[in-house]
Design a protein around this ligand. Structure first.
Ligand code: HEM
Length: 431
């Protein structure tokens, strides 16, 4: 069967299975259904109520428990299932001359196990230490103020497109040495790649993914050549100096930094701002003390994290929660549910930035794949929330927030807001 036709058939079959099993009450299938996106937390609670390790008809085990999630993430007997082992459909994209294109969600170090993971993560680790990131802070604050200026002129603006998206893309593009003329393409590629995280759902999405990989590869090929000739103070310039780093690994690492660092942070900023709008007592504290934004961001990561779950498989037969699991048995670790485990967090569904144990959340995962950009994400999101409410203390929703169509990555797709009464508008009124 030609591969496009085969792909369409598998995609249709997959959709049918999810619909049928979901209707039969299977928690794994329900999670992948559209209706779970608005509020998946009741579903997570039903998984918790069913037990520690809950089987699904999709062949996965699911857990909502904080202790099991942390245990698996930190245990070296567990790791990432090679994407080729789980691929149902062929998502491979090729160049015109038949070269296989890099897909960061398949081959970057996020998807690799030691020793490759350890070796590849080291090439970029140094750029994300708190000390290295402090250098980025003035640029981050500047970008935030610039976009708040634009938003203020508009009065009503989209918190996602006009603000939350702009900050992370500028920061990651600066780190990679990508000129501002390419930021729009960067946003487009980042969005398309993140949307493919749940697997492509139809042939249109498959084509979009393959086109994106082609464009991104072409762009990075050019950037790599440019940085070989004219090195700058950026990650790509540093990576091209390593003769022992294969070009495909260089491209996968660079693309991973965009994919992992872009939409996740956009969602964190959007969800945090929405949480402040929905909790007047939190807004009052934030207005009185802008440094409170750090706590707001940390609690947002616990309460409604941008990455809802991760998956792992054991490399050898292991016992988990009293069950013996075979090699390669996939377990879905629902981080968002672990973050609301009542055994760890008191009154877990309440948004409370003052809670003592807020830092125990697993929003950035744990163990060897612990998010490389966690410090950066925290800094960016706190600066964005601080800047937003300092500039617009009367910020208010101007329409309903729409959600991303993904069960894995959670956050706002669009959120119309109005700046409300600002210090500047008060000054104009008085004059
Ligand atoms: C709110 C924002 C973010 C969240 C919630 C987040 C979440 C995560 C999670 C859950 C993982 C681990 C996945 C797993 O264990 O399978 C991860 C890994 C990673 N993240 Fe983030 N991330 C965020 C921002 C960023 C940023 C800003 C960057 C960099 C620019 C970044 C770069 C990475 C990288 C490179 C990895 C792979 C680490 C490894 O496999 O060793 N992330 N992130």
């Amino acid at each position: 069967m030609p591969s496009q036709l085969k792909n369409s058939a598998i995609l249709a079959l997959g959709r049918g299975m999810v619909a049928v099993y979901g209707a039969l009450g299977d928690p794994g299938a329900k999670l992948f259904r559209k209706s779970s996106k608005k509020d998946p937390y009741p579903l997570y609670e039903s998984v918790r109520a069913k037990g520690t390790l809950v089987p699904t008809r999709l062949g996965l085990l699911m857990t909502a428990e904080h202790s099991i999630t942390g245990e698996v993430l930190r245990d070296p007997r567990w790791g990432i299932l090679s994407p080729s082992d789980m691929a149902m459909i062929d998502e491979t994209a090729y160049t015109a001359d038949g070269r296989v294109l890099v897909n960061p969600l398949k081959t970057s170090f996020l998807m690799r196990n030691p020793p490759d993971h350890t070796r590849l993560r080291k090439y970029v680790g140094g750029w994300f230490t708190p000390r290295a990131l402090r250098r980025q802070m003035p640029a981050i604050e500047r970008v935030i103020e610039d976009f708040l200026d634009l938003a203020e002129r508009k009065g009503t603006f989209d918190l996602v497109d006009d603000f939350a998206k702009r900050v992370p893309v500028q920061v990651i593009a600066d780190l990679l040495g990508v000129p501002s003329s390419d930021h729009e393409s960067f946003i487009r590629w980042g969005t398309a790649l993140v949307n493919s995280i749940d697997g492509v759902r139809d042939t249109r999405e498959l084509r979009l993914l393959q086109d994106t990989l082609r464009e991104f590869d072409e762009f990075l090929g050019g950037l790599v050549e440019h940085r070989r000739r004219e090195p700058g103070d950026d990650i790509v310039s540093e990576l091209v100096k390593h003769d022992d780093l294969a070009l495909d690994d260089l491209i996968a690492t660079t693309e991973l930094l965009l994919v992992a660092g872009f939409e996740t942070t956009v969602n964190l900023i959007g969800t945090a701002a929405n949480a402040v709008l929905g909790h007047p007592e939190v807004r009052a504290k934030l207005l009185a003390d802008p440094a409170y934004a750090d706590r707001v961001v940390e609690e947002t990561l616990r309460w409604d994290p941008p990455v809802q779950y991760v998956a792992r498989v054991p490399f050898e037969p292991v016992e988990l929660a009293g069950r013996l699991l075979p090699v390669n048995q996939p377990v879905m670790l629902i981080v968002a549910a672990a973050n609301r485990d009542p055994k760890v967090f008191a009154d877990p569904h309440r948004f409370d930035p003052d809670r003592e144990d807020v830092g125990k959340h697993l929003a950035f995962s744990s163990g060897i794949h612990y998010c490389l950009g966690a410090n950066l994400a925290r800094m960016e999101a706190a600066a964005a929330v601080r800047g937003l409410f300092r500039r617009f203390p009367g910020l208010r929703a101007a329409g309903p927030m729409s959600r991303r169509p993904s069960p894995t990555i959670r956050g706002a797709l669009h959120f119309p807001v109005n700046v409300g009464v600002t210090k500047r508008s008060l000054a104009v009124d008085k004059s």
